[in-house]
Write a protein that binds this ligand. Structure first.
Ligand code: SF4
Ligand code: SF4
Length: 392
């Protein structure tokens, strides 16, 4: 396993980290985590040398932390791995509620302390609430108490906001940034990386595969190189891009299956830095991705709670993206027909777009989707039969 020593924190972390936000489920309900599969994944990760595990108060409706208690902290020696958790201020209604979160997290995780504790999702939209609740001082207090070894924050915004945050809060020891080759130029990932490097801060990478989108490349991109022929190769390529950047201490992969765990271990056990040839290949892959203009959703689910219409936004976007990404329209129509609440239930209140870390204009994309995937129920039966025959 490729290990990275970070002197400023006095830690040595595996370059690939285990993200516990997309664990296997037994139903559509995010809280129904498949415990058996998760145990096998954690065991394989530990055996393969992964020593960084990341969770958050809100992941899987709170069950991500709990499953790490049963699969990790109750089974392995505490000093054999690093545990990272996050203060999800946006999930609390008051400063007291926010402070109560920490004790719950320790209990859920079955831990006495966290090695890394992050203020969750700093950016313009969240900053005022974080400040009003005293979250920045609270983070410092937690560190002083010894229950948190290192404090940092995960960040979703542009470079100027990162500079502002770091200018005003020099107490943070590391940052967690969304870096991947799709966002590098288009979403300003290159700029936030530059700011973190200028400040000498160790970097934890999130969304290196852009919520899985970079492991589902269109056929034209997959044909560019043998290494991109399948999802495993595509994921490895995306992970190697960010893992090759200087200053990165670990790259979080939100693992969902044992195959992904073993694939990641293989990639990082025999880690090959990005080459000039790989960089040229990125440009060609991006050309292909630009042609299909996918919705840049990473399925984080942050938009769901505040939607008065109860639209399952990430699932609808996934249907659209699968269709655009080389799928057929007919299955997309069938899938869309199965939703009780469709995209046209959107009342354009904008609550979702405010909290979307990917800055997606969600109401506009929903309107586009509703128009692009014609209502299956309105299709005449003979046309449906025809389409079904073609599909078969
Ligand atoms: S804009 Fe539409 S999708 Fe977004 S929260 Fe409001 S109703 Fe829901
Ligand atoms: S639309 Fe935005 S907030 Fe909602 S799941 Fe996708 S990335 Fe997350």
């Amino acid at each position: 396993m490729k290990m990275i020593k970070t002197d400023s924190l006095g830690v040595t972390t595996s370059l690939i980290g285990f993200g516990a936000m997309r664990l296997p489920q037994t139903s559509d309900n995010a809280a129904d985590i498949d415990a058996e599969k998760t145990q096998a994944m954690v065991d394989a990760a530990i055996a393969g040398g992964v020593n960084y595990f990341d969770t958050a108060y809100v992941y899987h409706g709170g069950k991500s932390e709990e499953i790490l208690r049963t699969t990790l902290t109750s089974k392995y020696k505490r000093e054999d791995y690093y545990l990272a958790d996050k203060l999800s201020v946006f999930a609390s209604k008051s400063a007291d509620e926010m402070k109560a979160m920490f004790g719950v997290q320790l209990e859920r995780c079955g831990a006495d302390y966290f090695d890394f504790y992050l203020l969750h999702s700093v950016g313009r939209e969240r900053y005022e609430q974080q400040k009003a609740f005293g979250a920045f001082d609270y983070m410092k207090k937690l560190k002083d108490s010894g229950k948190v070894r290192h404090i940092g924050f995960s960040f979703h915004d542009k470079a100027d906001m990162l500079e502002f945050t770091l200018d005003n809060h020099p107490e943070f020891e590391f940052v967690q940034l969304q870096l991947n080759y799709l966002d590098w130029d288009r979403m300003g990932a290159k700029d936030i990386y530059r700011v973190a490097r200028e400040r000498g801060l160790p970097i934890i990478v999130m969304e290196p595969v852009k919520g899985g989108a970079l492991a589902k490349l269109p056929d034209a991109a997959a044909k560019l190189s043998g290494g991109l022929a399948d999802r495993g190769g595509q994921a490895a390529f995306a992970l190697r891009f960010t893992a090759s950047l200087e200053g990165v201490m670990t790259v979080l992969s939100g693992m969902s299956s044992i195959e992904q765990v073993t694939g990641n271990i293989n990639t990082f056990s025999d880690f090959k830095k990005f080459t000039d040839g790989d960089t040229k290949l990125v440009s060609r892959v991006l050309e292909e991705l630009r042609k299909i203009s996918l919705i840049q959703c990473t399925s984080c689910g942050y938009c769901l709670d505040g939607c008065p219409a109860k639209i399952d936004i990430p699932k609808l976007f996934a249907i659209y993206n699968d269709w655009k990404n080389g799928g057929a329209l007919f299955p997309a129509q069938i899938a869309y027909a199965g939703f009780d609440v469709k995209a046209d239930s959107c009342v354009s209140c904008g609550a979702c777009a405010k909290v979307c870390p990917q800055s997606i204009d969600i109401p506009a994309e929903l309107a586009k989707l509703h128009e692009a995937i014609p209502n299956f129920d309105l299709i005449p039966p003979e046309v449906k039969e025809n389409l079904a025959a073609k599909q078969a």
